[in-house]
Design a binder for this molecule. Structure first.
Ligand code: ADP
Ligand code: TRP
Length: 325
């Protein structure tokens, strides 16, 4: 039985890139009866960049509702918010003391963030250590993540190894990243990687008229309606191919090549496709966003399962370090 674990930061509402690139593939993996999945909301990590409490609360709910909207089976698996299981922060402190300073100083994601952000706080610096704690607390074997997280996983293994050497046995289980190279980078409205930091994302849970407006904002070239167009160079077509059926994609491709089909038509078709394909996830998402007590109840139930496992690991770690009575 493989234990799969992954987390998503609550630093924004999930967008189409997060859903197609991370949430849906992780849910697919969780459907394998041989797997046990641990999916959590990394709300402590979000504090490195987002300070507003009310906003964080809103994003936590939106991320939780998205996992449920896309069919994550929280009863069979474990689903919780990181901040409610205090063992994450406790283990992170212990692991900090096993993490060489240069390893963090040379981390690519820290270098990137410290160039871009005005607030370069110590939390940003030790971010990978908290991530290592998230993984090692639960003896996770497989960590599905995007390519940008590869280095964080290498650090996790390195830190676990240092601890295990001191312990003289394998107390912390070394995980493996699972980076699915087939998952493409979903383009945003402007053709760059869709990301909340670039403000180019599509929130598929927006009310219908706003979703329509956003879809109209997708960048296109200035070709006139009558002219034939190259579907492979067009962002609307690329997004359509990610969500529509194979037959509908072929029809749109032919329309582009024939001419007499404008980008406005394609955007309308994409919008209609979003409304059709995501009808059920939109319904479930809205349900949980309106019934927050029920959503909270689900997270609290998951928290209890997570805590039980986390406490077992922390107990062993404390013993090794001389912190147990
Ligand atoms: P953002 O870039 O919006 O801040 P995150 O870094 O929080 O997104 O990403 C959360 C998860 O979603 C990660 O696993 C990441 O690989 C995935 N993801 C984010 N944007 C995209 C995208 N444009 N295409 C594919 N996957 C993405
Ligand atoms: N750093 C991850 C990201 O930005 C989020 C994350 C936090 C995570 N802890 C984790 C991912 C543990 C996998 C495992 O996408």
């Amino acid at each position: 039985m493989a234990r799969i674990l992954t987390g998503i930061q609550s630093s924004g509402r999930p967008h189409l890139g997060n859903i197609l690139g991370a949430i849906k593939p992780a849910i697919e993996l969780s459907k394998n009866p041989g797997n046990e999945s641990f999916f959590f909301i990394a709300d402590l990590h979000s504090l490195t960049t987002l300070k507003s409490g009310p906003e964080r609360g809103e994003y936590v709910r939106a991320i939780a509702a998205t996992w449920l909207a896309f069919g994550f089976d929280y009863k069979k698996n474990v689903f919780w918010r990181q901040s409610r299981v205090q063992e994450h922060t406790e283990l992170a402190w212990y692991l900090n003391c096993f993490t060489p300073f240069p390893m963090l100083a040379n981390a690519t994601s820290f270098k990137d963030k410290s160039e871009k952000l005005a607030d370069v706080n110590a939390g940003l610096f030790t971010y990978p250590v908290l991530q290592a704690a998230d993984i090692l607390l639960y003896n996770a074997n497989i960590i599905p993540v995007g390519k940008d997280q590869k280095q964080h996983l290498e650090m996790t293994k390195d830190i676990a190894n240092r601890f295990n050497i001191l312990a003289g046995e394998e107390i912390l289980v070394l995980p493996e990243p699972q980076i699915d190279e087939r998952i493409m980078t979903i383009p945003g409205l402007d053709g760059q990687k869709m990301s909340k930091s670039y403000h180019n994302y599509i929130d598929i849970f927006l009310p219908e008229n706003e979703l329509k407006k956003i879809t109209k904002k997708i960048l296109s070239d200035s070709k006139q309606l009558e002219e034939p167009k190259d579907p492979d160079l067009d962002i609307t077509f690329q997004l359509y191919s990610l969500v529509a059926s194979e037959a509908d994609v072929q029809t749109m491709r032919q329309n582009y090549l024939n001419g007499g089909y404008g980008y406005g038509h394609a955007k309308q078709a994409l919008f209609e496709c979003f409304m059709e394909v995501f009808a059920e996830p939109r319904r479930v998402f809205n349900y949980y966003m309106e019934n927050t007590a029920e959503l909270e109840g689900i997270l609290v139930e998951g928290e209890a399962k997570a805590r039980e496992i986390a406490q077992e690991t922390i107990g062993k770690v404390r013993k090794v370090l001389g912190f147990s009575s």
